[in-house]
Design a binder for this molecule. Structure first.
Ligand SMILES: [Zn+2]
Length: 405
């Protein structure tokens, strides 16, 4: 961080020294440590700004004018009192990146005060939302949208969320949701686009599978279908998703997906039946998230219930946010311990995480990181084998729309 900075509000925690700082040329920022921390800008309205640091999150932001105190819901489900002053709040709580902690505010008589939204944001009542607020239990939603200049980078960042009018909790509208505006989205067309993408990408993929810089593994006995693949722009080519898919027609999305295959390096492959309860992902090790992250993210994905696709953007945002939060909360009970799975004919130890009938196991072999995830099937009942020398027949499956690895 730059030397020319003014500390607006800071606090001391055993896991860091989080602070709100005003940095010359950059504006207000939240950092997880004054001496040696990462930082994020506070230009845009963000409900609970956060900086992650190994299981701990620095949180902080602007205090609404009517608020006297701020509390944050941490990963253990406890509301923690934050340090407040100079019109800001700051603190540190246990948590994981992704689904962040929740901040809420109270006035001097302990009544909830909603987070203040920028005056130029649009606000539309959303009575159609069927879920209660995750933070306060009310059902009083608005669809809120706006943008802000990001200093000093000179671009505008967009914000769109379903916001609880009682406490200010915000369920942000994600990228996929942007596809679902009734005027430019036809589910049938999108499904065709996705299927056509799969068929054409498989043709393109065949030579790349052969040329992959990593080995590909699958469950012994097949079926050996290509159930997913991913790539990276590591060879210097532009990421076709960098600008998002907002406002594009299904035709344009199809083109964009095509570019993805033309311009990128293959980094992960899933071979197996798409609807199998066991999923085996082979990934180029240098692109791998890391064992703990992978176990965490994959298991959380398995635990989550099915999301809904109602017509309203606010209803989609709240439902998807709710599903994510429920899965994230359930992860408190996940057990992380090694287990044994047969690999190329002999039992070996895998790093693993389990929750109920769901489990995930990770092991690195050469340049490949293998992730096996399953629901309702026990590790001793499966065998993993290397396919790369003989990829047999790769048959394109019928995928649901817009599923990518
Ligand atoms: Zn609320």
């Amino acid at each position: 961080m730059e030397e020319k900075r003014e500390v607006v509000l800071s606090t001391v925690h055993e896991h860091g020294n989080p602070a709100i700082v005003d940095v010359a040329g950059w504006g207000l920022m939240l950092t997880d440590d004054l001496d040696d921390g990462g930082a994020i800008g506070l230009s845009l309205f963000v409900p609970t700004p956060q900086v992650a640091d190994e299981g701990w999150l620095a949180v902080g932001g602007r205090l609404p004018e009517a608020a006297a105190s701020c509390e944050v819901l941490d990963f253990q489900g406890e509301w923690r009192e934050m340090t407040t002053g100079s019109g800001f709040w700051v603190g540190m709580v246990s948590g994981r990146p992704g689904v962040g902690p929740i901040a809420r505010f109270r006035d001097a008589s302990a009544e909830l005060v909603p987070a203040e939204l920028p005056a130029d944001f649009s606000r539309t009542p959303a009575p159609e939302v069927e879920e209660d607020c995750f933070a306060c239990g009310a059902r009083a939603w608005e669809l809120v949208a706006g943008s802000a200049e990001v200093e000093p980078l000179g671009y505008r960042e967009e914000f769109e969320a379903a916001v609880c009018t009682r406490c200010g909790y915000a369920a942000e509208v994600g990228m996929l949701v942007s596809l679902e505006t009734p005027e430019d989205f036809d589910p049938e067309q999108a499904r065709e686009a996705a299927a056509s993408h799969r068929a054409s990408s498989l043709e393109r993929l065949r030579p790349r599978l052969a040329a992959a810089r990593f080995d590909i593994y699958a469950e012994a006995g097949g079926p050996y279908e290509l159930a997913g693949h991913g790539g990276s722009s590591g060879d210097g080519l532009a990421d076709p998703f960098a600008e998002g898919l907002d406002g594009l027609s299904p035709e344009e999305i199809r083109e964009r997906l095509g570019e993805y295959n033309d311009g990128m390096t293959l980094t992960s492959v899933v071979v197996g039946a798409y609807d199998s309860p066991v999923r085996v992902t082979s990934e180029l090790e240098e692109e791998f998230l890391g064992t703990e992250e992978e176990l965490w993210d994959t298991l959380e994905g398995l635990v989550g219930e099915e999301v809904k696709w109602p017509e309203s953007r606010a209803a989609i945002a709240v439902n998807h946010d709710h599903v994510r939060r429920v899965a994230h909360t359930a992860m408190r009970d996940a057990v992380f311990a090694q287990l044994s799975i047969s690999l190329d004919g002999r039992p070996v130890a895998w790093e693993a995480a389990r929750l109920g009938s769901h489990w995930v196991a990770v092991r690195t072999v050469g340049t490949t990181a293998i992730t096996v995830s399953a629901t309702g099937v026990e590790p001793e009942d499966i065998e993993i084998v290397r396919l790369t020398d003989a990829p047999r027949q790769l048959v394109p499956p019928t995928p649901p729309p817009f599923t990518t690895v």
